[in-house]
Design a binder for this molecule. Structure first.
Ligand code: UDX
Length: 443
């Protein structure tokens, strides 16, 4: 919405949430205190907040006044009941649809922005048209699907220069209205019209295909380690084929973030629902490889530290699911850290943007004595037995290992799960390195 506000000064936008604290945070005059860290976002907010972008809890007036309402609520994986652990919990989407149905006046275009299971638009439509006797009240609705493809950390650039904008729907006029908004900064040939179900399915598929590439490269990383190959070299050679392309071939501790796992689970659920078990099994494997990648990293750590982590201090560099974000949802760091703590290790955790409070809620209270949070990256090395690099923050790429070597215990192990260090340099200092996808150890 901030980017739309930037490029469409004539459109008045209200971002509505029922959580007062959150809205207050978005209105905070200190731009460093906005709820989400995203490069470039605070600058845009600073420019549009007093003009055409307002953060408010006034749900009723905002819906009444709106020509278009974007539903952009959370759709996490369902915790209980039918489809638990597999499909999205749509309670917030449903609540939004009910509120819009009740409050809206005149014709309102309702846009699904949240990523949703296929055929959710049908649910939204049914609620919109059924909750009230709309005809009598002189209100009408069009439902569109307009999935978001931005990635965290590069969100502003992704929004300003999208590969494509997808608009799914049945009402041509409504689709053209939304297209008009994007035309303020997006070239016409990048705006694709589809039917509602293609749009919903395309979003799930795009994320599934991206995740599939990561699981593919991660599975090969294990093969590199045992054969003496190098995953960076293999990825480069494979990615040079223009049919394959070189993006999303970076090995790591497994994909995290709020989307990939959830969307694949939705795809699996949908496939099973329609009796397509082979399709479901195929996509399920992507998640299995992702869990296995985290598990085998943890096992490598235990194995190299002589099978015992009790009374050992391990530094953790990075808790976010990737660099340039403070988001920890589904971060590989969560499972890996929990497993290390469970083995008896004491963790010293550093991240440039994730807060201690956030980590605290994840690593639960009873474990608080088994880890510490440090602000200075070099502190994690004080009398440590090992360090695990879990996020590819720029700062971790150029650490002063000569200085570090003076602080640690010996033998000292570095586990580089993002393949960001240069093994030749570390060899000179005599520090042990295990690097993901790098079979140099056996050469
Ligand atoms: C993703 C999609 O990219 C985006 O289009 C969609 O709208 C939301 O989901 P996001 O989760 O923000 O975006 O981040 P992304 O850059 O895709 O990374 C996801 C995970 O994959 C991260 O944990 C990242 O470290 C990992 N990853 C990514 C790799 O391990 N290797 C890669 O080559 C790329």
């Amino acid at each position: 919405m901030a980017v739309i506000a930037k490029y469409c000064p004539n459109i008045e936008i209200k971002v509505v949430d029922i959580n007062q604290e959150r809205i207050d945070a978005w209105n905070n005059s200190n731009l460093n205190k906005l709820p989400i860290f995203e490069p470039g976002l605070s600058e845009i907010i600073n420019n549009v907040r007093e003009k055409n972008l307002e953060f408010t809890t006034n749900l009723v007036d905002s819906i009444k006044e709106a020509d278009m309402v974007f539903i952009s609520v959370n759709t996490p994986i369902k915790q209980n009941g039918i489809g638990a652990g597999q499909t999205s919990d749509l309670r917030w989407v449903e609540a939004c649809a009910r509120q819009i149905s009740e409050i809206a006046i005149g014709h309102t275009i309702v846009v699904e922005k949240s990523t949703l299971p296929v055929r959710t638009a049908k649910t939204i439509k049914e609620i919109l048209f059924a909750t009230n006797d709309n005809n009598q009240q002189n209100k009408s609705f069009s439902v569109l699907s307009n999935p978001e493809f931005l990635a965290e950390g590069t969100a502003i650039n992704d929004l300003e220069n999208p590969d494509r904008v997808l608009i799914g729907g049945e009402d041509k006029e409504a689709m053209l209205s939304l297209k008009q908004v994007y035309l303020n900064w997006v070239k016409e040939d990048k705006i694709i019209f589809t039917n509602l179900w293609s749009s919903e399915l395309s979003k799930l598929c795009a994320n599934a295909f991206l995740a599939q590439r990561i699981s593919s490269i991660n599975s090969i990383s294990a093969l590199c380690e045992v054969t003496g190959a190098n995953i960076g070299e293999v990825a480069n050679a494979v990615g040079q084929d223009s049919r394959i392309g070189n993006k999303f071939l970076k090995t790591g501790p497994g994909f995290g973030g709020s989307c990939f796992k959830k969307d694949i689970l939705n795809l699996v659920y949908l496939s099973r629902f329609y009796g397509l078990d082979e399709v479901a099994d195929y996509w399920e494997k992507i998640i299995e490889i992702n869990s296995w990648q985290k598990m085998r990293i943890y096992e490598q750590i235990v194995k190299n530290l002589f099978g015992n982590l009790v009374d050992k201090k391990i530094g953790i560099l990075g808790f976010a699911f990737k660099a340039n974000t403070n988001d920890t949802r589904e971060s590989p760091a969560i499972d890996i850290c929990k497993n290390l703590i469970n083995e008896g290790a004491f963790l010293s955790i550093h991240d440039y943007k994730v807060s201690k409070e956030n980590i605290s809620t994840i690593l639960s209270k009873e474990n608080n004595k088994n880890w510490e949070y440090v602000f200075d990256v070099y502190e994690v090395f004080n009398s440590s037995d090992a360090v695990v690099i879990l996020t590819e923050w720029e700062g971790y790429k150029n650490l002063n290992w000569n200085e570090i070597a003076l602080k640690t215990k010996r033998p000292f192990w570095i586990f580089d799960t993002r393949a960001i260090l240069r093994p030749e340099e570390l060899k000179k200092i005599n520090l042990n390195l295990w690097q993901i996808g790098n079979g140099y150890q056996i050469n």
